[in-house]
Structure formats: C-alpha cells, structure tokens
Design a protein around this ligand. Structure first.
Ligand SMILES: Nc1ncnc2c1ncn2[C@@H]1O[C@H](COP(=O)(O)OP(=O)(O)OP(=O)(O)O)[C@@H](O)[C@H]1O
Length: 589
C-alpha cells in the first residue's frame, strides 16, 4: 500500500483548489495522521502529525464522512485533548478510499461564523464535492499503484533473468533486440553497443528463415559462436511469444557446453558423487580391485572394466572419474547395447546440420563433444558394430571426432572408460571385435569379480541395501535372521549385486516384523532351498542344530501368548518338561 506522500504534489494542488472554491481552510492527512497538505493556518504544519484523538482519526477508523456542527460539544470531540483551546466553528471530514482501503482524510475547518454558515447552507452539495475530490485523489493513487506494480514487476523479471543459468534475449518479430540478461553478455563476451544490433547480425548461426512461422518452442539446436578470438559452443532454443495465436516476438535461450552437460546429467538422474568408499566390499578380491581402480583413476589411460552384469562396473567407472583430476569435468555414460547402431553413431559423434534427411537444424552435439575435459563411459562396448568400432578407434588414436556430415574434425580431450560383460578376447578370435581396438581399450583392465566369488561381501552389502531400501520404503527393518541369511549365502547370484538388491527390496516389502525372515524371501529362492535339500552336494545340517532352530522358531512364533512355552511345546510335538530340558541343553534363554 503506497502512502499519500508519494503523490503529495497532486494532493497539495487539490487542497488549494478546495480551499479557494469553498473559502475554508483545508487539511489532508495520510493514514498515519501526518499532514500531507494544508492551506491557510495549516500551511506551516505540513509534515506534522495531527492529534491522535482528532476527528480525522475517527474518519480514518470508521471510513465515514461527517460534519461536526458544534466543535467541543460534539460526541467525536469528547476525547480530543485540544478541546479547551479549540477555535473551530465547524469541521468536515471525508475519507479517501480506494477499494477497501482508506489512504487518508480530507478535512475542512471553519474558523469563522461566516465560514460555518457557508458549510451549513450547502451541506449536501459540499459533501458530494468532497467525495468527488476524494475520488480524484483515489484515481491518482490507483495510477501510482499501477506504475509501482509495473516497476516492481520489471525489477522482479530483471532479477529472475539475471539469476537464470541460461543466457536469454528477446526480440521483436524482425529480430531487433529488446531485453536480455547479464549472462548473455558474459558468455558471448558482448560489447555494450550490441543492444542496437539485430539478432541475425549478432549471431550468424541464427537465420531469419529458421524462426519464420514457428509456433512452438524450437528445441536444442547446437551452435558454434566465434568472434574476435572468443569461441563458444552450446545449445540454443527459440521460444515464440504468442498472443492470441499471433507471434509477437521471440525469446532465445542459450546454454554453453558445460551447462548442457550438467543438464544432460540431471536428465539421466546420474549420481555425481560415487566415491571408492561407496563401493561396498571388504573381501580380499574387492580390496585388490579397488586398489587397482584407485591407481587407474590417477592416470589418463583408457580403462577396460570387465565383469558380469550387475557387478558394479558403472559404479567403478564413476568412482574412477570422481577420483581423477577430471572430476570437475563431465561424466557421460552411454550404453552401446541400448541404442540402435545408426542412432548410436549420431549420439556418440553428433552431426552437422543437413547431414541427412531428418537431421535437426543446427546439427547435434555428440557425447564425445559433451564429455570434453571429462570422462566418457562406454558401457557394453562388446555390442558396438564393427563400423562404429572403426570410428571409435580413430577417436582413440587421433583424439578427434568426425561428426556425421562434418567437414573438419573436432579435437576432444576425453578420457575413455569402456566396460563389457562379454569375453572380448574370444570375440576378437571370432572376428566380431577389432583386435586393434581391443588393445587400445585394454590398457588398464579391471576385472570385477562376481558375487559368488566373494560371498564374504554379501552380509555387508545386505546391511547397506537394507538401510537404503527401508528408508526408501519407509519401513523399520534392523536386519535379517540366520535362516534367511544362510539361504542367501547359498544362492549363486547370477544377477550379482543388482539381483541381491531386488531380493532384499522384495523381502523388506514382505516383512511383517523388523527382521527379514526366511518366509519373506522371494518364492524362487525358497524353492531352490527345497531342491537343495535333495542335493547330495549340499552340506548336511546336524539334527541337533535343526532341532535348536525349530525350537527358537516356535518360541518366537508364540512369544506374545501367555502360555507361550505350552503352545511352543504343542507345536513341536513334545511335552513342556522336554521343552524346558532342551532349552537348558541348547542354552536358549
Ligand atoms: N560393490 C557395490 N557396492 C554397492 N553397490 C553396488 C556394488 N556393486 C554394484 N552395486 C549396485 O548394484 C547396481 C548395479 O551396479 P552397476 O550398474 O554399476 O553394475 P554394472 O556392472 O554396470 O551392470 P550392467 O552390466 O548390467 O550395466 C547399482 O545399483 C549399484 O549401485
């Protein structure tokens, strides 16, 4: 809510007009009872506060207009401290209102009988006139409010624009620059005079034909900007400003390569922060692998990670990147098996505008370009076609990328980590994988052992997975009982850690107590246990151990009952006395 002070020049003029028309003294106060305008005797008192118990206060509080015909005797005057010395013959108050808010009061004061008679003669006309004057002031307030709101909005937008990660510029339909943010000047290194320029002159990679007729956001076109030794690569979008189906202008937003990579990583939900201590495993085998990977992280040579599916190959690749001197650069992962060959080529190497039918305007940045100064993780490299293997080999040898349809090669500074669950050596023998590429990739091989070869790690992994998933699933699970653990330890874990995660997630869902029990495990795992019962290879459990386990199970089952021991003995098919004897024998409390 603005104060009348803001429009005091107008208010003073209005006070003078009223005074000269009605031949009485005029005072106009704001909502804090500060005199904003005054005529005659009150001219010298502008800026002072009027009495807290005055008629003005009454008008401000009630929002009503009134005439005090008999000052000192009127009800309103009873609280007034200046009552005794009051020289007024009459007083009129009219609030200044805009919608439901009162901004101040116009007051007329008669200091002579003649002035009072004047007021009393034309009461109605006078009140109408004052109401009109109050409305006039209100309209000024409204205009001022609007201009204040506009200023505030403009400031807000300016702050928003300048705090954006993207560089932004808006133009009219002819491309004349209108507004822009600080980031635009910064990333393109622009001189002040650029504002008078036209977007097509400023950025030659944007063509008038590109924006003509576009009715919706034109997305992710890559650009290269070169001027006076300053080069910038990135992606831009064109957003038409549409009002009532008509295009009125455009907003262009730009992100540089580095931000594009960050955006890419956010889209894929990549976890940036994997470190070696996030990789669980204390077995001798894992300790050895972690040590090798730590050494590899300090080198820039190519790493080939070999391991079955779900053993943590990507986890290792991320930890290597995060522990390397490239950790501030991007980590770009791409699964070579998940993308059809022709698309994989443009994903990896990008293409120039017009490289093929259907190619996007402005072309496309490849993952190698995006990974510049960072690491590219080529997962499932064994699934890459021989044609792409050849292109990849060239990148490894020349450290340059050849874009599809590109005239010049682009040099890149990328560390390559490849991974496979296939036996590349036998693929080489069969002619399915290029031998030269295999040797280029296999500079530092890291073999991740499958879970079945490091069963010592299983309980640690389970602990961490339980922590993780009970949080995610909002359940309180403290651990796993011996029987369930034994079953898990005997499983062959073809899906490795990923499969273990699935089994624990399932069991946490099924668990009806705070401990995962055998019955909570997936049926497939339990069925295997039955099969194992008949398997001669399996170790034999001593009868006494089986008996002890069944007794514990029965006690646990009936622990909530008053006659728990009696019920447990019944279920076990033994007498209570025998149960007590066995509890003593097996030292069960
Ligand atoms: N040692 C480990 N400690 C903690 N979590 C692990 C470990 N190994 C694997 N994981 C987890 O198991 C899952 C699978 O790991 P990851 O994707 O790294 O395996 P991968 O070998 O790359 O699998 P694929 O070959 O199928 O791509 C992930 O959720 C990962 O966090």
């Amino acid at each position: 809510m603005i104060s009348l002070e803001v429009i005091k020049k107008d208010i003073k003029n209005i006070a003078e007009v009223i005074s000269s028309v009605l031949n009485v003294d005029v005072t106009i106060v704001d909502k804090d009872l500060t005199r904003i305008a005054g005529t005659g005797k009150y001219r010298n008192k502008i800026g002072e506060k009027v009495s807290l118990y005055s008629a003005f206060r009454n008008s401000l509080d009630t929002g009503k207009s009134f005439i005090i015909e008999n000052p000192r005797f009127d009800k309103i005057c009873q609280m007034c401290k200046g009552k005794k010395d009051c020289k007024e013959f009459a007083e009129v108050c009219c609030p200044i209102r805009l919608y439901d808010k009162i901004y101040g009061v116009i007051g007329l004061i008669a200091f002579s009988k003649e002035q009072r008679d004047n007021i009393m003669k034309n009461k109605k006309e006078l009140m109408d006139f004052l109401a009109k004057m109050a409305d006039f002031i209100s309209s000024k307030i409204e205009a001022e409010n609007k201009s204040y709101e506009l200023k505030l909005e403009a400031k807000r937008l300016e702050m928003l624009l300048n705090n954006m990660d993207k560089a932004v510029v808006s133009t009219d339909i002819h491309g004349n620059i209108d507004k822009y943010n600080d980031k635009l000047k910064k990333i393109f290194n622009l001189k002040d005079s650029f504002e008078k320029d036209n977007i097509f002159n400023l950025f030659s990679f944007i063509k008038m034909e590109d924006i003509k007729g576009i009715k919706e956001r034109y997305k992710s076109t890559s650009f290269v900007y070169k001027k006076e030794g300053h080069t910038l690569r990135g992606i831009y979008n064109i957003n038409p400003i549409i009002i009532d189906t008509e295009v009125k202008g455009y907003v262009f937003d730009f992100i540089d390569n580095y931000s594009a990579i960050k955006e890419f990583n956010e889209i894929t939900g990549a976890d940036y922060n994997i470190k070696f201590n996030n990789i669980i495993g204390n077995s001798q085998l894992m300790k050895k692998v972690k040590k090798e990977a730590q050494i590899a992280s300090k080198s820039s040579s190519t790493v080939l990670i070999i391991g079955e599916s779900g053993t943590g190959k990507e986890l290792f690749a991320r930890a290597i990147h995060n522990n390397s001197n490239r950790h501030e650069g991007p980590f770009i992962a791409i699964n070579c098996a998940a993308i059809p060959d022709n698309l994989l080529e443009s994903e990896l190497f990008g293409y120039e505008e017009g490289a093929f039918t259907g190619a996007k305007k402005g072309g496309k940045l490849g993952k190698f370009e995006l990974a510049n100064k960072g690491t590219i993780f080529l997962d499932e490299i064994g699934d890459m076609s021989l044609h792409l293997q050849g292109k990849l080999l060239r990148v490894l040898q020349e450290r340059e990328v050849e874009k599809i349809g590109g005239k010049a090669n682009i040099s890149v500074d990328v560390r390559i980590i490849a991974a496979t669950n296939k036996n590349l050596e036998s693929m080489v023998e069969k002619g399915e994988f290029r031998e030269d590429l295999y040797y280029r990739l296999n500079v530092i091989p890291i073999n991740i052992p499958p879970l079945r070869e490091r069963r010592e790690d299983i309980s640690l992994l389970i602990e961490s997975i339980i922590d993780d998933y009970s949080n995610k699933l909002n359940k309180v699970i403290y651990g796993i009982d011996d029987e369930a653990m034994k079953r898990i330890l005997h499983h062959s874990w073809p899906g490795n850690v990923r499969q273990l995660q699935n089994v624990i997630e399932y069991s946490i869902n099924m668990a009806s107590s705070n401990i995962i029990k055998y019955e909570d495990l997936p049926q497939k795992l339990k069925d295997e246990s039955k099969k194992m019962f008949f398997n001669k290879e399996e170790e034999i459990t001593p009868i006494k151990e089986l008996e002890k386990k069944e007794i514990i199970k029965a006690l646990d089952k009936f622990k909530e009952y008053k006659k728990d021991k009696e019920k447990a003995a019944d279920a076990l098919g033994i007498s209570r006395a025998t149960l007590y004897r066995k509890l003593k024998e097996y030292k069960i409390n």
